[in-house]
Ligand binder design. Structure first.
Ligand SMILES: CC(C)(COP(=O)(O)OP(=O)(O)OC[C@H]1O[C@@H](n2cnc3c(N)ncnc32)[C@H](O)[C@@H]1OP(=O)(O)O)[C@@H](O)C(=O)NCCC(=O)NCCS
Length: 140
């Protein structure tokens, strides 16, 4: 499959980001809030097929030794074709000296495990929607 990998935020349709996150069951916001989050991130990756954005991801980082990955998603019509791996690789290659943390959606741990991530034993989170995150299985 022909794909184009971009890091530039300037051509992104942020409604597609919001709609895709909603469709795959991840947390989503108004398009402009995603625009702010991606534009303020250290690494952004967008995958296009036929000029249509079908996947994306981002990382925040100090640019030195710590980073965190967020909002990795592939349009359901294009999942299981290796694009998740492509997104992750393109993020990680730009964080060569960094330890990287993330929290996987429940059930998606295997995807990250295959890419070298391991479960954290002391991970702690202070979520804005604390009750919802308990309900969704992210926290105790
Ligand atoms: C998770 C997600 C990004 C994976 O994208 P994808 O394009 O389907 O993944 P790939 O085809 O690149 O698969 C990469 C590898 O991970 C494996 N994998 C994918 N999803 C998996 C899962 N839920 N459990 C275990 N392994 C999984 C694949 O089998 C593949 O293994 P291989 O390299 O040995 O063949 C995609 O399923 C998605 O967008 N899901 C909804 C959003 C989401 O949950 N994102 C993660 C947020 S933390």
């Amino acid at each position: 499959m022909d794909i184009e990998i971009k890091s530039d935020c300037s051509e992104v349709d942020w409604k597609i980001v919001s709609d895709t996150l909603k469709n795959v069951g991840m947390g989503y916001h108004e398009p402009d809030l995603h625009k702010k989050a991606f534009e303020n991130s250290y690494v952004t990756v967008f995958i296009y097929h036929d000029k249509r954005m079908i996947g994306f991801g981002r990382a925040i980082s100090d640019g030195a030794y710590q980073a965190a990955i967020y909002d990795v998603a592939v349009n359901p019509d294009f999942q299981k074709k290796g694009l998740g791996n492509t997104i992750l690789e393109n993020i990680m290659v730009r964080l060569p000296e960094c330890s990287i943390i993330l929290y996987a959606s429940p059930g998606k741990e295997g995807f990250y495990h295959k890419n070298g991530f391991r479960k954290m034993k002391t991970g702690m989170a202070h979520f804005i929607n604390a009750e919802k995150m308990i309900e969704k299985g992210f926290t105790e």
